[in-house]
Design a protein around this ligand. Structure first.
Ligand code: SAH
Length: 262
């Protein structure tokens, strides 16, 4: 059966064997590992992953593709197919006691951000995650302070994970051909968070506020949250631009604001 790609499920199937080979090469999968693949589609990555001897759970939303996968991987002893929406899937429920799983997915780009944040709630059972995403999103996730693409997403992701831009994937590697260039990112959740944040939600709000006024000075962008002298007390020059601040500096601001409120 040739499956007709469905736009509403963000289906762009990988067919470039060299890219598939490069992805597999970057994973260094070991036979005893437990993997999760999100959006297996027609198995472009599923097949070579299984060939590496791993145990694999796949989560696919499109019921027609689930049927296709069931037929094509008929009762494969190391594969479990879940007909489900990855956005609400209980990933932690797949892990055996004390086990950490590895995650891979060529994700539909429209759900990539909410899905990543859903997965980040389960990092206790996740060793690492390798994703195909829109190149611009990968760049933002990996951007260091001071760079043009650095912003809220960079800081939020880097709080949870080490982020690594692996390589670009051109549009022609997919069928149908998407409008954007893609890239592979590797996310490795930190065992211990790089900074201490008393109130993560609050830090998120402060970062949103800071970047909503990207071209203003920090003093002006955060006027309603923290005053100039408190910023200076933290060793942060109030006339800096928000995009020059590190995660540690945003954490310091957030922690200070909390103590001011108390
Ligand atoms: N991994 C395959 C398919 C990529 S296309 C390949 O590389 O060729 C994206 C896949 O994600 C499709 O199979 C699509 O049906 C599936 N998908 C879309 N939304 C999903 C969701 N919310 N949960 C799980 N799978 C989803």
């Amino acid at each position: 059966m040739i499956h007709k790609a469905r736009k509403r499920f963000g289906q762009n199937f990988l067919h470039d064997q060299a890219i598939i080979y490069n992805i597999l090469g970057s994973l260094q999968a070991q036979a005893n590992e437990h993997w999760i693949e999100i959006g297996p589609g027609q198995g472009a990555l599923t097949k070579p992953l299984l060939d590496m001897g791993i145990r694999l759970d796949v989560v696919e939303l499109d019921r027609d593709l689930v049927v296709w996968l069931q037929k094509n991987f008929l009762n494969h002893p190391r594969l479990t197919i879940h007909s489900a929406d990855a956005l609400s899937f209980d990933f932690a429920g797949l892990a055996d006691a004390g086990e950490k799983m590895r995650v891979i997915g060529n994700l539909p780009y429209n759900i990539s951000t909410p899905l990543l944040f859903h997965l980040l709630e389960n990092t206790a059972v996740i060793e690492d995650m390798t994703f195909m995403l829109q190149k611009e999103v990968v760049e933002r996730m990996c951007a260091p302070p001071g760079s043009k693409t650095y912003g809220r997403l960079s800081i939020m992701m880097q709080y949870h994970c080490a982020t690594e831009f692996l390589f670009e994937v051109p549009p022609e590697s997919f069928d149908p051909i998407p409008k954007v260039t893609s890239a592979i990112i590797k996310l490795t959740p930190h065992h211990k968070k790089p900074v201490e944040v008393n109130n993560f939600t609050q830090m998120g709000r402060i970062i949103t506020q800071a970047f909503s006024q990207r071209r203003k000075t920090l003093r002006n962008a955060l006027k309603k949250i923290i005053d100039e002298s408190s910023l200076a007390n933290l060793g942060i020059d109030p006339v800096r631009r928000p995009e020059t601040l590190t995660l540690a500096e945003f954490a310091a601001i957030s922690n200070a604001v909390q103590s001011i409120d108390n």
